[in-house]
Design a protein around this ligand. Structure first.
Ligand code: F6P
Length: 568
């Protein structure tokens, strides 16, 4: 596409706009009655089943979306990503998270160099190091085994590993491998998060992994200095060498911080922070907790989707279908949000992770060529596991706003429970809801049906459900570490597909910068006010008033305090 051409100017987009008017006159009740349509909207891959028949789409819609994909050069864009082209043009970088989980013998080039051997060098180093720590051949400064790990990082250096860790905690194989060990995540710069993370841990048996792509993120670096103080105040400065390691692309700053470069695990600037869970960012802490051989299966799961994404035709390609349908919902129907509803408590941190992957990637205001977008990109992602969400925000989803929903279900529970005499086992009870909710959204309940049930007239408007609310269902065979890798990659690629169609750069994040700059100015002010009593200057009336109130009300904070660590 020429640099200023936007996807909304293409015939394919205009055709879909016209088609939308036809679709608006359909109801999912009627669309669902067409069995051959529904059959065509089921896709299977590697044991999982995607059912998108409850989308407000016909087969003609899908054909038009494939034409849109062609107009957006989707296939070429996916190819360019895998070929290591600098598709993150504002940062002049390749986007190669697929290389992080590629088989050892794969060839994936960035700037003329095959990056796969570098990836495997780091993976081999992680395998070796994590085995040493787990087996007790690498011990802490006082000779004790390091059985607890605090991973310090934020955003992409936190959310993905937390999601995977949370999902693995109840997996029988993984939990067996993690016996006697703890993995904690310290992300927020709030000292309360420090307190929560160090409470109950002994510095003598704790290994700290500082995870930061840049090694400059203010929150992470202050947390790293704080936990370093916790270690050194108990064990002396030399303990850092045994108790602190790092994951970063900036090895020079790691060394400057005082961590031995031999204890640093590299990754590369062609890995976006939010796409980094398959790099040392996730693989190191997770291998320390579960062992490398478990984590390797996670990489294999993600890799299986990478192969599928690059090779499957679009009408059988799960990430492509999901991405196109999201564009249809956001850009044509104008639905601004997407609910991610895993019917598995193990996936409770999935939606928070996808929030970053999706909203940091696709929440943009200009095209990749800098042209202001006359349409919205991105969506508001949120979610909770079922059935908890049902007792929280589903009221709005059923009778209030229309929010396309992703229902994610699992055939075999990680932790089956059977109670003698119960109607169904506990997982069947959970899954009854997974199967029921999409139909409730799609079909709704009419006033006629309510009348037939003798519902009092005055309650009929309150008990009516309009239905026609789109959702899709993804049924996974189980939730083992391989499936968790697959799920991650499906969403990563789906989000890339959306960005490719919208014509934006899904791999930069300039929108997070301004707030950081303004915080620097506030930090300086707090420093000089506390240390020298300087008055608050250079802020607008509102911020100045708030700052003054804050400083006055906390005037007991010492100007030059000694180190004080949380005391709980
Ligand atoms: O929030 C902005 C951001 O740059 C994210 O993109 C990134 O995941 C996070 O900060 C953490 O960055 P780093 O890994 O460099 O500490």
């Amino acid at each position: 596409m020429a640099s200023s051409t936007l996807i909304c100017d293409t015939e394919a987009w205009k055709d879909l706009k016209g088609h939308l008017e036809e679709i608006k006159h359909t109801h999912l009740r009627d669309l669902m009655a067409d069995t051959s349509r529904c059959q065509s909207m089921m896709v299977e891959f590697d044991g999982m089943l995607l059912d998108y028949s409850r989308q407000r789409a016909t087969l003609a819609t899908m054909d038009k979306l494939y034409v849109l994909a062609e107009a957006a050069h989707l296939k070429q864009k996916i190819g360019s990503m895998y070929a290591g082209e600098h598709i993150n043009s504002t940062e002049n970088r390749s986007v190669l998270h697929v290389a992080l989980r590629a088989p050892r013998d794969a060839v994936i080039n960035s700037d003329g160099k095959n990056v796969v051997p570098d990836v495997w060098n780091v993976l081999d180093k992680i395998r070796e190091f994590s085995e040493k720590v787990r087996s007790g051949s690498w011990v802490g400064a006082t000779g004790k085994v390091l059985k607890d790990v605090i991973a310090i990082g934020i955003g992409g250096s936190f959310l993905g590993p937390l999601f995977v860790h949370t999902a693995l905690q109840t997996d029988p194989e993984a939990s067996e491998c993690a016996k006697g060990r703890q993995l904690r995540f310290l992300a927020n710069v709030d000292p309360i998060d420090v307190a929560r993370n160090i409470t109950g841990l002994n510095p003598e048996t704790t290994l700290v992994v500082v995870v930061s792509k840049t090694f400059t993120t203010a929150e992470t670096m202050l947390n790293a200095r704080t936990v370093r103080a916790w270690i050194t105040s108990a064990l002396g400065p030399s303990a850092v060498a045994k108790h602190m390691v790092a994951v970063s692309t900036n090895l020079a700053l790691v060394e400057k911080f005082g961590i031995d470069p031999n204890n640093a695990f590299a990754f590369w600037d062609w890995v976006g922070g939010r796409y980094s869970v398959c790099s040392a960012v996730g693989v190191l802490p997770l291998s320390l907790q579960y062992g490398f051989s478990v984590v390797e299966k996670f990489l294999k799961g993600a890799s299986s989707i990478d192969q599928h994404f690059i090779s499957a035709p679009f009408d059988k390609n799960i990430p492509v279908l999901l991405g196109l349908l999201s564009v249809w919902n956001v850009s044509f129907f104008g639905y601004p949000a997407r609910a991610i509803l895993p019917y598995s408590q193990a996936l409770e941190k999935f939606a928070p992770h996808i929030q970053q992957v999706s909203m940091e990637s696709n929440g943009k205001g200009v095209s990749i060529d800098g042209v202001p977008l006359p349409y919205e990109s991105g969506e508001i992602d949120f979610g909770e596991p079922g059935t908890n969400g049902q007792h929280s925000f589903y009221q709005l989803i059923h009778q209030g706003r229309v929010i396309p929903c992703d229902f994610i279900g699992v055939v075999k529970s990680q932790q089956p429970v059977y109670l003698e005499g119960e109607v169904v086992n506990n997982h069947d009870e959970l899954m009854s809801n997974f199967f029921a909710q999409p139909d409730a959204l799609a079909y709704g309940k009419t006033s006629l049906e309510l009348q037939k049930e003798n519902v009092p007239q005055h309650l009929i408007p309150h008990k009516t459900f309009s239905g026609n609310r789109p959702s899709l269902s993804l049924l996974l065979p189980s939730l083992n570490v391989y499936n968790i890798g697959q799920l991650l990659a499906i969403y990563e690629h789906r989000i890339a597909v959306e960005g490719f169609i919208w014509g934006i750069n899904s791999f930069d994040q300039w929108g997070v910068e301004l707030g950081k700059v303004l915080a620097t100015q506030v930090r300086k002010q707090l420093h000089t006010s506390r240390k020298k009593g300087d008055s608050v200057e250079g802020f607008n009336f509102s911020t100045a008033t708030l700052l003054k109130r804050y400083l006055e009300a906390s005037s007991d904070v010492p100007a030059d305090p000694p180190t004080v660590l949380p005391q709980i």
